[in-house]
Design a binder for this molecule. Structure first.
Ligand SMILES: [Zn+2]
Length: 170
């Protein structure tokens, strides 16, 4: 695996990531990046990883992967995601694979619609609410150099939360 999760000090986490050209998506290098991102995500099991954006592996490009199979969703790889609709307000408790051992309450839209391309370059449109919606917003923020701690009211050690198994990192 070439791409590993980088520490919070990595500059890629604070940059606005670059759009991915359609011609780049089918290349072996780009496909390997996606595979590496899923592998890095699946290595995070305690608490489980739910999503990972390319800047988190030091690559400043606009894509992320999300896996909420435990919650009944198919794995998602979204390239050049764009938020096209957002409704309602909700509070989610979030952690981040780039900021281990902490979690915070973040105000999010209750439901969102994102467009983008899948790993084969096909147009995708995802409508989500609840956990998947929070996860998509968290990953999209990563592509704009925003971390959940920038938005959270409070950030505490994960151990302070009563049911830490419910909290996942993204
Ligand atoms: Zn994160």
């Amino acid at each position: 695996m070439t791409h590993q999760i980088v520490s919070q000090a990595h500059l890629a986490l604070r940059r606005t990531a670059a759009p991915v050209a359609p011609s780049e998506i089918p290349t072996r290098e780009f496909q390997s990046l996606i595979d590496d991102m899923f592998r890095a995500l699946y290595q995070c099991t305690s608490p489980r990883g739910m999503g990972l954006a390319a800047p988190q592996v030091g690559v400043s490009k606009r894509l992320f992967v999300v896996d909420l199979q435990q919650d009944g969703f198919q794995p998602i790889c979204l390239v050049n995601p764009a938020l096209v609709a957002a409704e309602g307000e909700a509070v989610s408790i979030e952690g981040c694979l780039s900021l281990p051992s902490f979690a915070g309450k973040v105000k999010r839209s209750a439901s969102v619609t994102l467009t983008g391309q899948d790993r084969k370059g096909r147009a995708r449109r995802i409508e989500a609410s609840g956990l998947l919606a929070y996860c998509l917003q968290h990953e999209l923020d990563h592509l704009n150099g925003v971390l959940y701690v920038d938005l959270a009211e409070t950030v505490r050690p994960l151990a302070d939360y009563r049911a830490p198994q419910k909290h996942a990192r993204e």
